[in-house]
Ligand binder design. Structure first.
Ligand code: NAD
Length: 488
């Protein structure tokens, strides 16, 4: 059984039960991890609270040095971790390689940003006064992580939280805890004990215990809307700072001017990477009515060339879905849409054999009355819908409770300007969907969440702001009691 990391110790705590971690490509058990609970969370939070007293006072340059060391150790174990990530999550090796490289670089990025961000001096009300804004860490941050990018979405929280001077307790998903535990062992042990702790176990136990713990000052969670809502309701009585990255139903609008082959390749990437299990996957596609037939034909031909398989094999383009329950959600949405008049052009049927595979699927004749166009699908499905003019395309793109990302494929600058001004989404991609940037804030509008990750904004989430007003002379003021005597 792989141990957790609490207070610098590798331990299974008092967990009596173990959780099987499966390989979604083979359905075999890869390893077991402890099913932690309230006791382990209490221990980890206590360790993080004690470590915070020292870490917050550690010079930012020293913190940066230690974070760079953690990144360097991660790079030493890069190949091994990439393989483990593919085994537990299913994504092809090149995608795991990219996830890990980005994880390493995020640690370096925030190590540097944390060196020179402590606040600012502001104009005083009087020449003898000194006013400044201090940015201070909160304390212990609970980092609750989903399974689809277990390392990347974890480090998007942990790196800025540490750079700001907080300490953390990480709760990985029960579906993909192995790469996090191994990363903790090889990299986070470069940091003082208690600065980073990892507790494994179900969300209903470990996650909720973190949310309810009075010494956890911030909850940073990436997950589904339902989980975000549950966390918000549980955290409300404690007035905890929340940072929530939730679901999406991202649209892509194909412009009337764009080369169709380019759009096909961009859409296949945006909708199918990680088997469509990305919060910002393109899940709704709007195509000019006059171009829908040739576009659908070219897309169908292209997706039929993609190879489904075990992510460890070099020939694999698309790996398995994470579990059968997620595949069943996709199947239900697709079958229901077909029952409501959608036409299936590719995929739509699970292959025989082991592994939770689902093929790239293309549908036309869809509409917004279908669950497929309203609820998160989280699978490799590309539903195409016709639009008549750009007003309609924008209206359809905005017709969703979510507002995570949105893409446009067009070289027409008038359409581009209208799109980024009028579409309600936290990230707008023009001609290059799903490409993120360390310095570019990432997060959702509407029901897609609260707060931002990455960039300066991602660091600011983990600082609380204090305004200091310092009168250096300290003479009585004319506005003090008693009124009318000029304060003297
Ligand atoms: P999930 O909501 O089931 O779980 C996410 C994490 O929350 C897990 O660690 C889980 O154990 C924990 N959790 C569950 N219930 C909890 C509770 N009551 N209290 C505290 N913690 C709890 O999500 P998932 O299936 O792991 O991931 C897929 C979802 O995540 C999708 O909805 C996807 O859109 C979303 N997501 C969002 C982003 C983003 O940046 N906005 C990125 C990736 C994934």
């Amino acid at each position: 059984m792989l141990p957790m990391l609490i207070d610098g110790t590798r331990t299974r705590g008092e967990a009596a039960e173990a959780i099987d971690v499966l390989n979604p490509a083979t359905e075999e058990v890869l390893a077991q991890v402890p099913a932690g609970g309230e006791h382990e969370v209490g221990w980890a939070v206590d360790a993080a609270r004690r470590a915070f007293a020292v870490w917050r006072r550690t010079p930012a340059t020293e913190r940066a040095h230690l974070m760079h060391q953690a990144a360097a150790r991660l790079r030493e174990h890069h190949a091994e971790l990439v393989r483990l990530l593919t085994q537990e999550e299913g994504k092809p090796i090149p995608e795991s390689d990219e996830e890990l490289a980005w994880t390493e670089d995020t640690l370096d990025y925030y190590a540097e940003l944390g060196r020179h961000e402590r606040g600012r001096v502001i104009p005083p009300g009087d020449p003898d006064q000194f006013n400044f804004v201090l940015k201070e860490p909160y304390g212990v941050v609970g980092c609750i992580v989903p399974w689809n990018y277990p390392l990347l979405l974890m480090i998007w929280k942990v790196a800025p939280a540490l750079a700001a001077g907080n300490t953390v307790v990480i709760k990985p998903s029960v579906l993909t805890p192995l790469s996090t535990l191994r990363m903790a062992e090889v990299a986070f042990t470069a940091l003082p004990p208690g600065v980073v702790n990892v507790v494994t176990g179900p969300g209903s136990r470990v996650g909720e215990a973190l949310v309810r713990h009075p010494d956890v000052a911030v909850i940073a969670c990436t997950g589904s809307l339902a989980t975000g809502q549950r966390i918000a309701s549980q955290a409300a009585p404690l007035m905890k700072k929340l940072h929530l990255e939730l679901g999406g139903k991202d649209p892509m609008v194909i412009g009337p001017d764009i080369d169709l082959d380019l759009a096909v390749r961009a859409l296949a990437y945006a909708g199918l990477i990680n088997a469509g299990q990305v919060c910002t996957s393109t899940e709704r596609v709007y195509v000019p009515r006059s171009r829908l037939a040739p576009f659908a034909e070219a897309l169908t031909a292209f997706v039929k060339t993609l190879r489904l398989g075990n992510g460890l094999e070099a020939t694999t383009d698309i790996g398995p879905m994470i579990r059968d329950s997620f595949r069943q959600t996709v199947e239900r949405q697709v079958e229901e849409a077909i029952g409501q008049g959608a036409r299936l052009l590719a995929g739509g049927r699970r292959p025989e054999g082991r592994g939770y595979f689902y093929p790239p699927t293309v549908l036309v004749d869809v509409h917004h009355g279908m669950r497929l166009m309203r609820q998160e699908t989280f699978g490799p499905v590309l539903p195409l819908m016709a639009y008549d003019d750009f007003d309609e395309a924008i209206r359809l793109a905005n017709d969703s409770p979510y507002g995570l990302g949105a893409s446009l494929m067009s070289h027409d600058s008038c359409l581009v300007k209208r799109f980024f001004e009028e579409v309600h989404a936290g990230t707008i991609w023009i001609n290059d969907p799903l490409t993120d940037n360390y310095a570019g804030p990432f997060g959702g509008m509407k029901m897609s969440g609260l707060g931002r990750e990455l960039g300066q904004e991602g660091l600011d989430e983990f600082f609380q702001v204090k305004h200091v007003h310092w009168d250096m002379v300290g003479a009585p003021k004319p506005y003090w009691y008693p009124y009318g005597e000029g304060g003297s």
